[in-house]
Ligand binder design. Structure first.
Ligand code: SAM
Ligand code: SF4
Length: 334
């Protein structure tokens, strides 16, 4: 029988409490590990979930034990009036943590209203401080604007801001130390993410992945020993280290070299309302059809439960029969 409550436990005992909501597939830059450079086919606007539809979905998910949200995309700050959505989500009973991942380009204009709307945490993506390298990666300009966005976010009262960098061999692996120095100097937490096979141009290959252990070795050469930090939340994807000299913390997210699927508690909904139980999922569940039909909350809850029940043990990147999802990262929501 259907009901709209009960926790989201999959076949492997993983309890899903963390929902990533993509609010758009549009973006103002074109990172080579995510989007095509040209001729991007964006979803028609009327296919994108409205704020009310997103809020209803989140309300139902919260009834199933989801308590953490991350808004992502595409670039969430290109979605008009995003703060209004945050305001709606912050009011939902059971949601006690709302985070946002942004490329930072528009952040200086929005940091204050995001904070006032109830956003708790910010991750800002910045792969290099060198404008030429930035242009090579994002096919746009941006370092100065992102740094201005970081400053604005700190002034708006965001604490423990994380900076995400995807490291790619021969492109920005040299930037690991400059980024970390910048983070140490500005009280930011640096996180390095291994490049995953989710780019739109099929350029991914194993040789381009700079593994977390390589990043760690580079950092130890530059700053001295890194000391493994206590693992507060086992489901968090990063392995955290403290700099032994007291200069802050760095996180390594190693989905390729050290998959953390065993601890995964994440569920996703794409901008047009498809539920995905994994970044690498090749199956989707159509929540929009229910949201725009006459379905009850209990039916929506059943769909979410079905997606969670079907979750595989792992992403299988390293398996011989691995199949890339048809969607690239910007169409999923990272
Ligand atoms: N536009 C926002 C941004 O860039 O922060 C949010 C969406 S973006 C898809 C979310 C995160 O995914 C970013 O930190 C980005 O660097 C990361 N990402 C994108 N493609 C990736 C890939 N192929 N492998 C690893 N991380 C990736
Ligand atoms: Fe845009 Fe983020 Fe993808 Fe870069 S990673 S192209 S900023 S969505």
């Amino acid at each position: 029988m259907s009901n709209a409550s009960g926790r989201l436990v999959d076949r492997f005992g993983r309890v899903h409490t963390n929902l990533r909501v993509s609010v758009t597939d549009r973006c103002n830059i074109r990172c080579l590990y995510c989007m095509p450079n040209e001729n991007v086919q964006f979803m028609p606007r009327d296919e994108i979930l409205s704020f009310e539809e997103i809020a209803r979905f989140v309300r139902v998910a919260a009834g199933l034990g989801v308590n953490k949200l991350r808004l992502t995309g595409g670039e969430p700050l290109v979605r008009h009036e995003l703060a209004e959505l945050i305001r709606l989500l912050a009011r939902i009973e059971g949601i006690d943590d709302i985070a946002l991942t942004t490329n930072g380009i528009l952040l200086d204009q929005h940091a204050r209203e995001l904070k006032e709307a109830g956003l708790h945490r910010l991750n800002i993506s910045l792969d290099t401080l060198d404008e030429d390298t930035y242009r090579q990666i994002s096919r746009r300009e941006g370092v100065d604007r992102i740094v201005a966005g970081i400053v604005a976010a700190q002034q708006a009262g965001f604490e423990k801001i994380r900076i995400n960098a995807v490291t790619m061999r021969g492109i920005n692996d040299q930037d690991v130390t400059t980024l970390s120095r910048f983070a140490r100097e500005h009280d930011l937490e640096m996180r390095f993410i291994e490049f995953m096979p989710l780019d739109a141009e099929n350029a991914w290959e194993n040789e381009l992945v700079v593994t977390g252990s390589e990043v760690r070795a580079r950092l130890e050469d530059a700053f001295g020993p890194l000391v493994a930090a206590e693992r507060g939340d086992p489901s968090q994807p990063a392995v955290d280290y403290n700099f032994a000299d007291g200069g802050g913390r760095v996180g390594l997210i190693n989905p390729v070299s050290e998959p953390f699927c065993d601890q995964c508690n994440r569920l996703r909904i794409t901008a047009e309302g498809k539920i995905r139980n994994c970044l690498f999922s090749t199956t989707e569940w159509d929540a929009r059809a229910l949201l725009r039909g006459s379905a009850s909350d209990a039916e929506l809850a059943d769909l979410i439960r079905e997606a969670v029940s079907a979750k595989k043990r792992g992403h299988g990147i390293d398996e011989p029969h691995f199949v890339r999802p048809e969607r690239a990262m910007y169409q999923i929501g990272g």
